[in-house]
Design a protein around this ligand. Structure first.
Ligand code: ZN
Length: 287
């Protein structure tokens, strides 16, 4: 989501660059232990995300909470001077997020327990301050701001077909929140972050496993990270609202397979169903 990616692609991020620095390659590969023969026969290996054929599930909704929850789905970026990354498909992040926002809003608008609005409803650029004021003023019960990540990884090259940067090996979603503010607001944000990550995982989206530099985002649980940027550099959308707000880094924008999966209606169905379930769970079952 940030501009550090070029430095990462040039190999500088691992030396303390300013962005999320991924761990060195070396995550143990899963599979049969050495010396154990792989099963033979005609059963092919199951596809794993983001490969084509890795299946997602549209989770069933939770019972209605008894009132209509006000939910914002926000297309990240698309603010003046802020277009976000450029994916392996050469799609600007602000265009990706708007496309997914509109698809998710259309799906959630059919949920009787929700009242849904878009954070960036048309082609107009919207300043983050204006968005925060709108979310607080409604007020929303939950805000989910959509992004895609620009991560370091392996196999860095210009994609032979698109000509845009391609990176392998850093797929998955992450959910970001802020722990600044009142204890109640902080707890509500974390509840939302955990519910979203849990529902996405249950739907078949894997959490981003390598994580970020601890100096930037602290790992809370699988796929959930708290903003640890230096004070003054923390993400405004996360810390500035007075309603529970999370960012979902939907996927790795440079991964050709994962970017392709995010063009599929089935991916959007599963993602929207997971958010539908998560916002109800987070809003109606405070611990
Ligand atoms: Zn972003």
């Amino acid at each position: 989501m940030r501009r550090w990616w070029l430095a990462a692609l040039l190999g500088q991020a691992a030396c303390g660059g300013e962005g999320p620095v991924v761990a060195a390659a070396g995550v143990a590969a899963e599979g049969a232990p050495a010396g154990v023969a792989a099963p033979t026969g005609d059963r092919p290996r199951a596809a794993s995300w983001p490969e084509a054929g890795a299946e997602l599930r549209a989770l069933a909704p939770l019972p209605s909470p008894g009132r209509r929850l006000r939910i914002i789905i926000d297309a990240g970026h698309g603010a003046p001077g802020n277009v976000g990354n450029t994916s392996v498909r050469c799609e600007l992040e602000q265009d990706f997020t708007r496309r997914v926002q509109d698809e998710v809003v259309a799906r959630l608008a059919r949920a009787p327990e929700l009242e849904v609005r878009a954070g960036r409803p048309d082609a107009a650029l919207v300043d983050y301050g204006a968005r925060i004021a709108a979310f607080d003023g409604w007020p929303a019960d939950a805000v989910v701001s959509l992004h895609s990540d620009a991560r370091a990884g392996e196999g860095v090259e210009l994609h032979p077909v698109t000509g845009c940067w391609s990176v392998r090996g850093a797929a998955g979603f992450s959910v970001l929140f802020s722990d600044e503010g009142s204890p109640g607001l902080k707890a509500a944000r974390e509840r939302l972050a955990r519910a979203v990550a849990g529902a996405l995982t249950e739907a078949g989206f894997p959490p981003y496993a390598r994580g970020y530099s601890e100096a930037l985002y602290g790992a809370v649980t699988d796929g959930v990270f708290v903003d640890r940027h230096a004070k003054g550099k923390r993400i405004r959308m996360l810390r500035g609202t007075h309603v529970p707000t999370v960012i979902v880094e939907t996927h790795q924008a440079f991964d050709p397979d994962e970017a392709e999966r995010w063009t599929e209606p089935g991916t959007l169905d599963a993602f929207a169903a997971a958010l539908r379930r998560a916002v109800v769970a987070a809003t109606t079952n405070p611990e």
